[in-house]
Design a protein around this ligand. Structure first.
Ligand SMILES: C[S@@+](CC[C@H](N)C(=O)[O-])C[C@H]1O[C@@H](n2cnc3c(N)ncnc32)[C@H](O)[C@@H]1O
Length: 224
């Protein structure tokens, strides 16, 4: 998530995330977006283009968008949602940060995407099994490991029967709790999707270097 960012922004994110751990671990996202005052360089994960791993999956899988619904979880500044809309998906995209969603509306005033402020951890059930494609890119890893089970439990019921879940995330090799954010996912944590009835269809692994460490990221496609 932050590997190519200036040290000062990385430090700000760590400080904000650490401060909000005690009360509300999701509170810092809107603070970060609003303090950025419209400058996307202040948002460490913002690329202002389709995430390259989503693009890789789209190129590989060639999903059929027309007459299909898609949900983008933690949509940030909206680029991934827009990419799916261009393929013909009827897209709903939500984020817990009102500032991020206002920014999406500002960036894409004529968009067909239904951008909404919503908390993944407090959805009201109307989206139960509603989406042919659910894309979760780097939101699970942005929330502490102690919330992982709850977060995955909230994502799973959004996927329609026969639908696809795409997870884009860092992965880690051990069960030891990593330093974060981001908090990479372990195989055991990913196994919760299987326990909840998903089948892993395929994954693509990407290795990169950051501050002398190897970072392991993946897109993982599941079918429900
Ligand atoms: C690391 S960013 C990733 C943004 C985008 N998906 C991407 O890959 O560029 C995580 C996003 O999830 C949002 N988020 C965090 N907790 C959330 C929650 N409980 N419900 C909805 N969105 C959440 C944050 O506001 C932030 O935009």
């Amino acid at each position: 998530m932050f590997e190519q960012q200036p040290e000062a922004i990385q430090q700000k994110v760590k400080t904000l995330a650490t401060q909000s751990q005690k009360s509300d671990p999701t509170a810092w996202f809107d603070i970060l977006y609003s303090e950025a005052e419209g400058d996307a360089t202040q948002i460490p994960w913002a690329r202002l283009t389709t995430h390259p791993y989503l693009q890789d999956w789209l190129n590989f899988s060639q999903p059929q968008g027309k007459r299909h619904t898609a949900l983008v979880i933690g949509c940030g500044l909206g680029d991934d949602a827009e990419a799916l809309a261009k393929l013909g998906f009827q897209v709903t995209a939500f984020d817990i940060s009102p500032t991020a969603i206002a920014w999406c509306h500002e960036r894409f005033p004529d968009s067909s995407v239904n951008y909404l402020v919503a908390d993944l951890l407090a959805l009201d059930g109307k989206w139960h099994r509603q989406f042919d494609l659910v894309v979760e890119s780097r939101t699970i890893q942005a929330l502490p490991v102690k919330m992982r089970q709850e977060v995955i439990n909230c994502i799973a019921p959004l996927v329609a029967s026969g639908g696809t879940l795409l997870v884009i995330t860092r992965v880690r090799d051990t069960d030891a709790v990593p330093d974060g954010p981001p908090w990479a996912l372990s195989e055991q944590e990913l196994g919760q999707f299987i326990e909840l009835g998903f089948e892993e269809v395929r994954r693509n692994l990407f290795l990169s270097e950051a501050s002398g460490n190897t970072v392991k990221q993946a897109w993982i496609e599941y079918r429900f």
